[in-house]
Ligand binder design. Structure first.
Ligand code: ATP
Length: 366
């Protein structure tokens, strides 16, 4: 296995800058998920690492060797694609052994590797089948098997679960997590699905518009998003945002907008009065919006609102609440038992609140 370094990697297609000075180090045996919206440059980054795309500027190292000009076949990388890319006229076994046969590897070694990978992926009974006789999940397992038999230094996964339905996607996600534990490999996995990123990654790299927005463990990125983009992209349902201006009254600081005055405690924003006049966005996750009466420690005063819609999810329920001009989503335990139009009051948990500067979009609280 190997570590991988991207150093100020830039990619232009014609004059369009697709990746802009991307630097990230991926350690040996790490499972790194690169996540971001469609078109942000994730696949291009993987393709450059695999040698399938030229690098406009910057360097890529695998195991401390500069690979910018090394042929793809010599990089010891295996890539698993979204569309499986299986050969339709070959059996599962032939598909899995194809690259090894091309390398003219010893037949017994090929057979051993294919059977070992098939056992890991529960494909042993399917080795003689053709791809068209397999389900989507089985085909994706064959594509993964084809990567495993090559014993690469680094596995690259490019949205491998996108073509599967929701249930199968969940199952395969668990399979990939188990596979990682078993192979103990270096994996770089690209997805636009933040749930995949949160559940699979040892470390997440969040990208937007060809720029890394934040790198960290899933919990770091979830609990302390560096900027508004990461805050809105990571977490489901999405974080609530309240826009307004900070205003000081004596020693006290408040967020004010047309229909809300919200006290901002010093433990949330130290040196608060210095920020008076600043336009900010407060971020609060739906789980940290508490609904109903009663006082709660570290929470805001009650804010009165009206329930617009409720969605029952099973043991949880999403409540869409309008408080003046502010819209807030609260996720609470089922069953809330109130009809749309009912009055509800909410409180915000200050301990998990985020403050972003509206202009720079960067986080300004600790
Ligand atoms: P998705 O999740 O939709 O696959 P992505 O984040 O992987 O998106 P890329 O496939 O890396 O994004 O594409 C990044 C940008 O580069 C897109 O705007 C795309 O249109 C552009 N692009 C990709 N390949 C080429 C190419 N060969 N020529 C010109 N533009 C390209």
């Amino acid at each position: 296995m190997a570590d991988v370094k991207f150093l100020k990697v830039t990619k232009k297609f014609n004059e369009n800058v697709i990746l802009n000075g991307v630097s990230v180090e991926i350690k040996d045996h790490e499972f790194v998920v690169i996540v971001g919206p469609s078109g942000c440059g994730k696949t291009t980054l993987l393709r450059m690492l695999a040698g399938l795309e030229e690098i406009t500027a910057g360097d890529i190292h695998i195991d401390n060797i500069l690979v910018n000009n090394i042929h793809p076949s010599k990089r010891q990388i295996a890539m698993v694609f979204q569309d499986y890319a299986l050969y339709p006229h070959m059996t599962v076994e032939e598909n899995m052994s194809f690259a090894l046969r091309l390398m003219k590897m010893d037949k017994r070694e090929i057979s051993a590797r294919v059977h070992e990978a098939a056992a890991i992926l529960q494909l042993t009974k399917l080795l003689k089948r053709m791809p068209k006789q397999l389900s989507g999940g089985q085909r994706q397992r064959v594509a993964i098997g084809r990567a495993i038999v090559r014993k690469p230094k680094v596995f690259l996964f490019d949205e491998p679960l996108s073509n599967l339905d929701a249930k199968l996607r969940e199952e395969m996600r668990v399979e990939i997590a188990k596979l990682y534990q078993r192979l103990n490999a270096t994996i770089i996995y690209v997805t636009h699905d933040q749930v995949e990123a949160m559940t699979l990654a040892g470390r997440i790299v969040v990208m937007n518009h060809g720029i890394i927005q934040q790198t960290g463990t899933p919990i770091e990125v979830y609990r302390k998003p560096d900027n508004l983009f990461v805050a809105g992209f990571i977490g489901s349902p999405t974080m609530n945002f309240l826009h307004g201006k900070l205003s000081a009254e004596g020693e006290k600081l408040f967020l004010k907008n047309d229909s809300l005055t919200l006290y901002i405690p010093p433990f949330l924003l130290a040196d608060g009065a210095r920020n008076a006049g600043r336009e900010v966005v407060l971020g609060i996750r739906p789980d940290d919006v508490l609904v109903g009466s009663g006082t709660r420690e570290n929470c805001s005063e009650k804010i009165e609102g009206v329930l617009e819609v409720s969605e029952l999810l099973g043991h949880r329920e999403n409540l869409y609440i309008k408080a003046g001009e502010n819209r807030v989503l609260a996720t609470v335990e089922a069953f809330f038992n109130q009809s749309p139009g009912s009055k509800v009051s909410v409180r915000f948990n200050y301990r998990n609140m985020h403050v972003f500067d509206k202009k720079t979009q960067q986080r300004i609280n600790n």
